[in-house]
Write a protein that binds this ligand. Structure first.
Ligand code: 4AD
Ligand code: MG
Length: 432
């Protein structure tokens, strides 16, 4: 008998196989027992006929409860009525472990708090499974793109002495006798050191924001991919982001059609994610928003509602570039055509999803950067190493950071970021 997985079942039509997994559902007519099995790679139904089994085998089936771990032995049949295309003719069943109690998650509707309290179990459900599979494709696809385009993985630290993205959202930790350290908000500043050695670098890991905001787009711990490249200016930086996002969407469409179906994701909007994306200046975006009825001021940062409103106007992702310097971070290079602006971009995902990437050309001039650090009241000693990068062989360079959960949320077409990370951390939740 062949031990295999549901993902490989099509290679075994007509053969007897053994599958290990969990019983996610079952029903019995008294003569026929329908067992729904999931094994991590997929889902399949096994159909047992009482007359074909010994009494002992039939009794063993009756013991099964929801989420028991089991081994199913049966013959693989093609079955066009089944959503997976296959069915097992059940021949035997082995019980690994019965569930000790009634499984808390049932088919009825549960509220989000109940599901989040049971996140360790909720992860087994079909949609949560599909989301994690798509998340994995996005991660793999990102590594592939970076690797194919000369970016070297460069692991930036998580414990840091200072802020990267403003001081209001920092998690502090005691650091022995030397005062406080902060959990990193983005590895960007360290990547800027990396590229002076390796030319192009990226990191990919957890970052932390002590966000007081309780929105569906904010987590306090999330995964960011930061990319940084020497000898790259604003326009090329935008081109890299566009290529990366196009590859990610294409790969998910190719590899995860079953998962997208499980999520009932309409894939038509995803198929429209092709070059060139829309490009708007910040100024044009504000004018457009005001026309659409937003009360946004002439130099306000875009709020989540503004992003949603704007992305509903276009079918493709939107780059918004050249924001007023005052609403953006100290390290962004000023626009030579208008020093009140910076050479930055956000990338907004369509269908109302909003910001998924923030990027910019970086200030490479020593004196200008020193000025910005002072203006922002940042601790100068902590930034001496960062200024060194402009003291010794400074070059034009640019980079960006994407929020993994924002991208997963958009591509999966779901509402809230909390479902895209295995164990979400939010202002009011740090368990399980
Ligand atoms: O726009 P942000 O703050 O940019 C940076 O941190 C830069 N240092 C990145 C760089 O240039 N290397 O964050 C980048 C992205 C955002 O576009 C968004 O997708 C995501 O990170 N993000 C969040 N995701 C979930 N929860 C939050 N609280 C987030 N804050 C930002
Ligand atoms: Mg941003």
């Amino acid at each position: 008998m062949i031990e295999t997985t549901i993902s490989d079942i099509s290679e075994h039509i007509g053969e007897q196989v053994k599958l290990s997994g969990w019983a996610y559902n079952f029903r019995s007519s008294g003569k026929i027992f329908f067992l729904q099995l999931r094994d991590g790679t997929g889902r399949i139904q096994a159909v047992y006929v009482k007359n074909d089994l010994t009494d002992e085998q039939w009794d063993r089936l009756q013991d099964i409860n929801i989420e028991s771990s089991i081994r199913v032995i049966g013959t693989v049949k093609q079955d066009d009525r089944s959503p997976t295309g296959f069915e097992l003719g059940g021949m035997d069943i082995e019980i690994i472990n019965l569930s000790k109690d009634d499984y808390p998650i049932s088919k009825k509707e549960h509220g989000p708090d109940f599901l989040l309290d049971n996140r360790h179990l909720w992860l087994r459900s079909n949609k949560q499974w599909a989301i994690q599979k798509i998340r994995n494709t996005i991660i793999q696809s990102t590594y592939e793109y970076m690797n194919d385009n000369g970016f070297i993985k460069f692991d930036s630290p998580i414990l840091t002495p200072s802020a990267c993205e403003g001081t209001t959202e920092l998690f502090e930790v005691e650091y022995f006798d030397s005062g406080n350290a902060y959990l990193s908000q983005s590895g960007q500043l360290y990547l800027e050191a990396g590229i002076m050695s390796l030319r192009r670098c990226f990191d990919f890991g957890p970052v932390f924001r002590a966000e007081k905001s309780k929105t569906r787009r904010h987590l306090t711990e999330f995964w960011m991919m930061d990319a940084e490249a020497a000898f790259v200016g604003h326009d090329e930086n935008i081109k890299i982001q566009e290529e990366l996002i196009i590859k990610i969407v294409k790969d998910v469409l190719e590899k995860n059609s079953d998962e997208l179906k499980a999520l009932e994701r309409d894939v038509e909007p995803l198929k429209k994610v092709k070059a060139p994306f829309i490009r708007l200046t910040y100024k044009d975006a504000i004018t457009k928003l005001q026309e659409l009825g937003s009360d946004i001021g002439d130099s306000d940062d875009l709020g989540a509602d503004d992003e949603t409103m704007l992305t509903k106007e276009y079918e493709k992702p939107i780059f918004i570039e050249r924001y007023p310097a005052e609403v953006k971070a100290f390290y962004m290079k000023r626009d030579p055509e208008n020093p009140a602006l910076v050479l930055n971009n956000d990338l907004l995902a369509p269908e109302g999803y909003g910001e998924i990437i923030g990027g910019s050309e970086r200030e490479d001039n020593y004196d200008e950067l020193l000025e910005r650090i002072k203006e922002d009241g940042l601790p100068l000693e902590e930034f001496q190493w960062y200024l060194d990068l402009r003291r010794y062989g400074s070059v034009q360079h640019s980079g960006f950071g994407y929020g993994l959960e924002r991208i997963v949320t958009w591509i999966c077409g779901i509402h809230h970021l909390r479902e895209t990370i295995p164990f979400p951390r939010m202002i009011n939740r740090k368990t399980p």
